[in-house]
Design a protein around this ligand. Structure first.
Ligand SMILES: *Cc1c(COP(=O)(O)O)cnc(C)c1O
Length: 410
């Protein structure tokens, strides 16, 4: 990038050089430290989205920088013909934090979709033909992960997708029981909190029913914790909020590498562990020393800095403050820890996110009436309070603009 490159230049070059799959980028970002990023015009933003629940330690965290730098100087990549100490340590650490029983194991990938692809293949290996996923699910964009994703607009252009997947109404225990009854279901895929659907928790009762009924019918319970895992909800993994609940397979990515691409599949117990046999799956990059060092730095920092408790306290405090605003457009707050959806009583989330950006806050609108926040886990009450203070004014401005704009012109 030349010194003189302006945001306008870069926008134009982005359009000319990149495929348009994401739509126009909101800004061109230049750098970040801690909970802040700056765009190419030098404007500062409070990052309340963390690259969609990825930058768990914020930007340029010294522990993550040191770990990546040291590992890059030592041994960056080796292929899976070879092992490395960081890879083994990260797998051990994940098993320990997941309280996985004897005989469990980890497969490393590079993204959430890839972790779910591996889980899909594990499910196929049961020999059972059917797989269940839930309405409003999001599991990624590769063909297998897409087959598990319910949104029609994402699926339709790519059919036929891998077969055998059926969608169940999230929360409907009777439908679940009926679907599992024939005993031919390989796995049920579920997100403890559906992030892309607008931060919608499945709820303890339904998660318990999922666990009980899958166990009863010899079906694998696959929990997609790509967005909810690694401290995001104030536990290592969201399912740990429910006493005694453990999946058979758990997928991770997003926050695990703190910005370095790392995905993982954790198989709980010898049965899940033994489904993939030697030669049946693989990856070139997955679990390389550099990625593993990044994962270890993230886990180590969360542990040493007491971030799980911090996330719970800060998340609860923020939720209380937002509700205490008593603003008529705020209908509630969903989620846990620092994965939060502010529910609006009007479909104003998209213009609200745009107004927030102009005011220096990065948030996102996963649907028309939800504002999603997934800030770095290191964020403080004081930093969050700047957003709480700005929120009523942003809501009023967006509502006033909507009221003065004739239907269909926004
Ligand atoms: C983001 C996400 C994925 C996909 O992860 P990618 O790294 O984008 O492939 C899968 N599942 C859930 C729950 C996610 O939030």
């Amino acid at each position: 990038m030349s010194e003189q490159a302006t945001a306008g230049d870069l926008d134009q070059r982005y359009g000319a050089a990149l495929l348009p799959v994401f739509g126009a980028p909101q800004k061109v970002l230049a750098r970040g430290t801690g909970v802040h990023v700056w765009d190419t015009d030098g404007k500062q933003y409070l990052d309340l989205l963390a690259g969609i629940a990825v930058n768990s330690l914020g930007h340029a965290h010294p522990a993550l920088l040191a770990a990546i730098t040291k590992q890059a100087e030592t041994l960056g990549h080796v292929s899976n013909f070879f092992a490395s100490a960081p890879q083994i340590e990260l797998a051990e650490k994940l098993l320990e934090l997941a309280q996985a029983p004897e005989g469990s194991g980890v497969f490393f990938a590079n993204s959430g979709a890839e972790a779910n692809e591996a889980a899909f293949k594990i499910a196929r290996r049961t020999g059972r033909p059917r797989i269940l996923a839930l309405t409003s699910s999001f599991h990624g964009r590769t063909m297998g992960a897409l087959a598990l994703t319910s949104k029609e607009a994402y699926r339709a252009p790519f059919e036929p997708l891998p077969g055998g997947v059926e969608f169940l109404e999230a929360g409907d225990e009777q439908a679940l029981e009926a679907a599992l009854a024939p005993g031919d279901v390989a796995a049920v895929f579920a997100e403890p909190i559906q992030g892309e659907a607008g931060v919608r928790p499945l709820g303890e009762d339904y998660l318990r029913a999922l666990r009980r009924l899958t166990r009863e019918h010899g079906t694998l319970l696959v929990l997609d914790e790509v967005q909810t895992g690694v401290g995001r909800t104030g536990r290592w993994f969201a399912h740990q909020a429910i006493e005694g609940l453990q999946p058979d397979v758990m997928t991770l990515a997003k926050g695990l590498g703190g910005g370095f691409p790392v995905g993982a599949v954790v198989c709980f117990g010898p049965e899940a562990h033994d489904l993939l046999q030697p030669g049946q799956h693989g990856t070139t990059f997955g679990g390389n020393p550099l990625a593993s060092a990044a994962g270890l730095a993230v886990l180590g920092t969360i542990l040493e800095d007491g971030l799980l408790e911090h996330v719970r306290t800060v998340g609860e405090g923020f939720t209380r403050e937002v509700l205490a605003l008593g603003h008529p457009l705020i209908a509630g707050v969903r989620g846990q820890g620092l994965l939060l959806g502010i529910a609006l009583s009007e479909p104003l989330a998209k213009p609200l996110a745009a107004a927030a950006l102009e005011a220096g806050f990065i948030v996102n609108a996963p649907d028309e009436s939800t504002l999603r926040l997934a800030p770095p886990l290191i964020i403080t009450d004081t930093e969050l309070a700047t957003f709480t203070a700005a929120l009523p004014g942003l809501l009023d401005a967006v509502a006033a603009r909507a009221a003065s704009t004739p239907e269909g012109e926004h």
